[in-house]
Design a protein around this ligand. Structure first.
Ligand code: NI
Length: 221
């Protein structure tokens, strides 16, 4: 009888308790989501950091002569910087990815001359033809070919020799040469020699920094 008299308050009580539990549950979920998001953001920031140790490429509007000289000097210095970055590394260290899921140091050493051979060709095409369309290449697939997993010495030598010729060419260019362009069929974008210079000056430093920052993190002296 008593039970029959109080079903409503009891139901209300149960309902309120459930609602309160659900509310706390939601709050907890929300807090967990926020924390998870914070962790994810921190992880993304760290990954971006590992990926872009010197920052992303900033496309310059126009270069001054002093900037051009500086960028050419950076291209001239790249082979020695790369050689110094990998000096004394063991085979196991060379086969270590510079970031989780990234290329190994060995693949990076092979990638830079692969990429710069293409860039050198593009420069020569732009200098000798009228706005030629260049041929892109699949850098990820190139990095999986057997020569990208082989001894690094030939690629260090290749980079040195390639940059010697490239720098000779770049230092010979006059004001009317720098705006010369080629077309990249994938982006449909026109790339000037000036932008190419800025891009590849960044690109060499970018990959060398992958290796030097990995050495730093792992205390590989
Ligand atoms: Ni690259």
């Amino acid at each position: 009888m008593k039970d029959l008299l109080f079903p409503l308050p009891r139901m209300l009580f149960t309902f309120l308790n459930l609602a309160r539990a659900r509310h706390i549950g939601l709050q907890l979920c929300e807090r967990m989501d926020m924390e998870e998001e914070k962790t994810m953001q921190a992880q993304e920031a760290m990954e971006a950091d590992l990926r872009y140790p010197i920052g992303k490429f900033q496309r310059p509007e126009i270069l001054t002569e002093a900037q051009r000289r500086e960028f050419i000097d950076a291209i001239a210095a790249a082979p020695a910087r790369m050689t110094a970055a990998v000096a004394g590394l063991s085979a196991a260290q060379l086969d270590t990815p510079y970031r989780p899921g990234g290329w190994t140091v060995r693949q990076l050493v092979h990638h830079v001359p692969d990429s710069h051979m293409n860039a050198y060709m593009r420069c020569k095409l732009a200098l000798t033809e009228n706005e030629p369309t260049i041929k892109p290449y699949d850098e990820g697939a190139w990095a999986e070919l057997v020569d990208s997993k082989s001894a690094i010495e030939p690629s260090l030598a290749l980079l040195g020799n390639l940059h010697e010729r490239w720098v000779l060419l770049l230092r010979s260019l006059g004001p009317s040469d720098w705006p010369r362009k080629y077309r990249h069929p994938e982006h449909g974008a026109m790339m000037s020699l000036e932008t190419t210079l800025a891009l590849y000056s960044w690109h060499g430093r970018h990959h060398v920094a992958h290796i030097t920052s990995l050495r730093e993190r792992n205390s590989w002296r």
